[in-house]
Design a binder for this molecule. Sequence first.
Ligand code: PLZ
Length: 459
Amino acid sequence: MPGRAESGSMDIPQHRLLVTGVPGPRSRRLAARRAAAVASGVGSTMPVFAAHAGGGVLVDVDGNHFIDLGSGIAVTTVGASAPRVVAAVQEQAAAFTHTCFMVTPYEGYVAVAEALNRLTPGWHEKRTALFNSGAEAVENAVKIARSATGRHGIAVFDHAYHGRTNLTLAMTAKETPYKRGFGPFAGEVVRAPLSYPFRDGPAVDGPAAAIRAIDEIRRQAAVEDLAALVIEPIQGEGGFIEPAPGFLPALASWCRANGVVFVADEVQTGFARTGAMFACDHEGVVPDLIVMAKGIAGGLPLSAVTGRADLMDAPQVGGLGGTYGGNPLACAAALAAIETVEAGDLVARAAAIGDLMRTRLRGLRAADPRIGDVRGRGAMIAVELVEPGTTTPDPALARAVAAAVHQQGVIVLTCGTDGNVLRLLPPLSISDDLLAEGLDVLAGSLAATSPLQRAGAGR
Ligand code: PLZ
C-alpha cells in the first residue's frame, strides 16, 4: 500500500480513531491510581495511557488511535516497535540481559562504539563511551573535557537544555519547571547569548552572533580556564532554535584556536532526525565531542559520548562507566535502530517529512499573524506563536492549541523558554497521509482557537 508505514510487530492500524472521549474511562481509572502512587513532580503531556505504539500511531488503553507527532520526545525515530529493534532485543534478552561491561564485556558495546565512531562527523580517530541517559552523557562529556584540558569552566547558551541532574541543571537555562527549588547548582558555568534569527532580525547574522556570544563568554570567564563549550546545534526544549548560518562554524573555530573542547549536544537532533545523520553535518561542523541519546536505540535507554581519541582517552582507567552504561539490550536495540536508519535511508525520509511540514506550516503562517515563525530541519519543526504581528510570546495560545489537538487524537508537544512553541517530532515511520492528517488537525485547531476560547484554557 503506498505510504504505508512499517508499523512493527503489533501491526497497528495506521489511522486516527477516537472511540471514547480523551481521556477515556480506562485512562481515567489509571490516572486516579497514578495520582495516589506516582510523585506529582513527574508530569505528562497527554491525559491518556499507552497500550501499543508503532508506525505513526499510538493506541491508548481505551482503544483510541492517536497520530504521533512527538515520538516520545524525539526518541522513537525508527518507530516505537520497529521490527528490527523488537527482534534484536528479544534475541539479546534470551541470551543475557546484563553482565556489566565493567565486569565482563560483550561484543554489542564494542559494535555500537564502532558504529558511532563511523557515523559521527569527522574522519579523525575516535573513541566512544556509553551511558544511560542524555544528562548522564552530557556530564561525562564535561568530565572528559576537564580531564583532557585540566581546565574547569563550561560555556553554555541561553535557552539551553542539557538535562535534570545537578550539573546539567546548572547548564540548562529554564527556571520553571526544571530548576526552581532544586539548587544550589554546580558552579563554573557561564551562559552566552544564542543566535536566534526570529528575535535577532537580519542585522545579526551567524558570525555576528558568534562574536556577541564570545564577547559575553570572555566577560564571564578567562578563556584559559574554559574546558568546554557545550551547544545544541538546533536547540530542543529551548524552542527548536536554529542558529543563523555561520554561527556554529565560528564558535567551533574559536574553540579550536583557544584549546576549548567544542561539545555538540545532539541528544535531540541526532540520528537522522534533522535530515542529516547529525545536525552538525548541515554546516560541516566537526565537534571534538558529540553527545547522543534519544533516537540512538529505538526507545531503549542508551546514551553516548563519541569524540577525538586523545580527549576520550584522557580520563584514568575506571574513571568512566556505570553499572548499566551500554546495557546489552540497549546495544542490541541501537545496532538494530542504526541498521533501520541506514537500510531505509531515513535521513532522506526525515528531509522529506520536513519539506512536507514546512510547506504546510509556512502556508498557514502567511495567513495567520499569530504564527511568528516556522523553523527547524527535517522531522524537527516548530511553530512559534506570538501576539499577532509581534515577537511577544503567546504561551496561552500554544497551550490551548496543543490541548485542542490532543482532544482530536493527535500528539503534539510544546517547548520554548516561554512555552509558546508547538513542536513536531514525528517518527520517521509515519506515512505521508497520517502526517498530513495530523497537520490538518493542527491547522483546524489553530483556526478554531480564538482569544476568547484560549482565555478559558488555563491561562
Ligand atoms: N540534551 C538536547 O533534549 C532531553 C527532556 C524532557 P535525558 N530532552 C527532553 C524533560 O522534561 O525531561 C535532552 C535534550 C538535550 C540533554 C537532554 C537530557 O536527556 O535522556 O532526558 O537525560
